[in-house]
Ligand binder design. Structure first.
Ligand SMILES: [Zn+2]
Ligand SMILES: [Zn+2]
Length: 146
């Protein structure tokens, strides 16, 4: 988001057969959409990669096309969720990896600064200190991509 900085991180799935390295924004986000919840039980907490990413153990990466514009990556050995990836398209020629914040080794620089699909959050959880973050509904988020 706006005043976010970049930090170099690396990470891995639970079993370690897949690793990744990338430059990511320090501003961490939560997605409350139903698909992320079905995929990961709660909100998907993630950080946006900027520029090229390095993936190892590619033969162990399962990719699921969850929509026309994105896929979800996971370790097909241990089941860890690894990333949400926006596919290349007009205005985003290289696509974009959005990594699971929980899979990053050093999370010390992250700041929880935005939530999306807030209108899709279930009634059974709520984060504290909402006023400290940018919060967007589905319509507000999709408007950014028009
Ligand atoms: Zn694994
Ligand atoms: Zn989502």
């Amino acid at each position: 988001m706006s005043d976010t900085e970049l930090t170099e991180v690396s990470g891995a799935c639970l079993c370690g057969k897949v690793t990744f390295a990338a430059s990511v924004e320090t501003g961490l986000g939560a997605c409350h959409c139903g698909m992320c919840r079905q995929w990961s039980a709660g909100p998907f907490m993630s950080v946006n990669a900027v520029g090229p990413v390095t993936l190892t153990g590619k033969e162990n990466i399962g990719r699921y096309s969850s929509s026309d514009w994105a896929e979800r990556g996971f370790c097909n050995q241990c089941g860890s969720n690894l990333f949400y990836r926006l596919l290349p398209r007009k205005g985003l020629p290289d696509g974009q990896y959005i990594f699971s914040a929980g899979a990053v080794s050093d999370q010390s620089k992250f700041q929880f600064d935005h939530e999306v699909f807030v209108d899709h959050a279930p009634h059974w959880y709520r984060f504290a200190d909402e006023a400290e973050r940018k919060r967007m509904t589905e319509a507000e988020l999709l408007k950014q991509f028009e």
